[in-house]
Design a protein around this ligand. Structure first.
Ligand code: C5J
Length: 230
């Protein structure tokens, strides 16, 4: 039986099976100085506030043996998967593929492309490299979800109005029931975050639900109360 948990626009049905945590792009490129986010002129320190909540959810999903998928936005070293339009956009002094303080900007495998140490995945946890903003475009995320019978997604990460929102819309169109965690997603632009939250839950949840970390953690403890012992 699903457990209804507090959410907007109405309670989210936390399922007994088929739940996964999606952590979007908690990579150094967006969160640390010297990366892509910084190169675009953003105050990257704003994104750090959600790290404890994302970590708490990551630990809870691990405790209950539930799947976790982390994404990283990045391109192949030859940039063959980076459209020129994406590279040229922004008109900044440093572009995707250029050398930066943390290696080549937004290139897979470079130090800056790594997930921040606080949220480092454990061996065996899936990382989805993605060339676009959405986590379904040109990735094998959907194949992983189907193979594991996932129907419900808890969505966290950065940035709310770009990769998080794009991913949630892609997931919604594919039939996934998505809950976006307000205090586990962040933006360089507070007004854009707020607008995204409102757009997602408008019209009785046209894209899905929004909710908070603490009620979800409590519901997870009730729903999955037989911790997996390592
Ligand atoms: C951006 C992202 N903002 N992860 N990427 O370019 O939101």
């Amino acid at each position: 039986m699903p457990t209804p948990i507090p959410a907007q626009p109405y309670p989210y049905p936390l399922p007994a099976t088929g739940l996964a945590l999606i952590i979007i792009d908690m990579q150094r490129d967006f969160i640390e100085p010297g990366g892509f986010g910084d190169a675009l002129g953003n105050d990257v320190s704003l994104l750090r506030s959600i790290i404890p909540n994302v970590k708490a959810l990551q630990e809870a999903f691990r405790r209950y043996g539930l799947p976790i998928f982390q994404t990283v936005e990045g391109h192949l070293p030859d940039l063959s998967d980076c459209p020129p339009s994406k590279r040229d956009r922004g008109h900044g002094p440093i572009k995707i593929g250029d050398p930066g303080p943390m290696g080549r900007i937004l290139v897979l495998g470079e130090p800056g492309n790594g997930i921040i140490p606080e949220l480092a995945p454990l061996p065996g946890e899936v990382i989805i490299p993605k060339p676009g903003k959405g986590a379904f475009y040109a990735t094998d995320l959907e194949a992983h979800l189907k193979a594991q019978g996932i129907t419900h997604l808890i969505i966290t990460g950065v940035t709310t109005e770009v990769c998080v929102q794009t991913t949630m819309r892609e997931a919604n169109d594919r039939g996934y029931e998505c809950l976006l965690i307000e205090d586990a997603t962040e933006s360089y632009f507070p007004a854009f975050k707020q607008a995204t939250l409102e757009m997602v839950r408008a019209q009785n949840g046209i894209v899905g639900w929004t909710g908070f970390t603490e009620p979800l953690l409590s519901a997870l403890a009730l729903q999955y109360d037989a911790p997996v012992v390592a």
